[in-house]
Design a protein around this ligand. Structure first.
Ligand code: SF4
Length: 185
């Protein structure tokens, strides 16, 4: 059983419209569908709030500058390496880095409607290649058995895989990246 650290401890404000994010810290992989959605969200934000968008882009560029040197992938394309050794390097990589979509003044996610799938399903136990991931804050004191009983499958028909494949074929960009590289490019 794998318990997520507070790298993505996201707390809804109580309103489905005005969400608040607390401690969206630490990088995590996103697929090309997540990346496309985030870029669309950024374009939409730019139409209404260019200055806010410029600050977000600047945070992303600064994050890339900080992260490029030790990035476990290609620091030019922002694509992560694949394989066990790369995954190991990624596990120790940038765990204290705030997400550039997080407004440091308000603590809100500026791209909430366009946020990656990882952000959308964070909280309940969700299975991935690394095992069952769960928010430690939500399940404090729960046993592994109790946590396993709450497992959620957000995409039981695996619809996302087909969409990712389709998008990768159309765009030519294959593989995973991180939010900072996606928004800085
Ligand atoms: S995209 Fe938004 S919800 Fe996801 S980690 Fe970044 S700030 Fe948090």
């Amino acid at each position: 059983m794998r318990r997520w650290p507070t790298r993505l401890a996201e707390v809804a404000s109580g309103s489905p419209v005005v969400p608040a994010a607390r401690s969206c810290i630490g990088v995590f992989p996103i697929n090309q569908l997540d990346a496309a959605r985030l870029r669309q969200g950024l374009t939409k934000l730019e139409e209404g709030e260019p200055e806010r968008t410029a600050r977000l882009r600047q945070r992303a560029r600064e994050a890339v500058s900080r992260l490029a040197h030790d990035f476990p992938g290609d620091p030019i394309t922002g694509l992560l390496d694949e394989g066990e050794e790369a995954e190991q390097r990624f596990a120790d990589f940038a765990n204290d880095e705030p997400c550039p979509a997080l407004d440091p003044e308000t603590g809100l996610c500026e791209l909430y409607e366009a946020r990656p799938m990882t952000c959308r399903v964070f909280g309940p136990p969700v299975r991935s290649e690394g095992g069952l991931g769960v928010c430690e804050l939500c399940f404090q004191g729960a046993s592994d058995k109790e946590i396993a009983a709450c497992e959620m499958n957000a995409d039981p028909e695996d619809l996302e895989s087909a969409l990712v494949e389709e998008l990768e074929k159309a765009s030519g960009a294959r593989g995973q990246t991180i939010v900072a590289f996606c928004l800085a490019s």
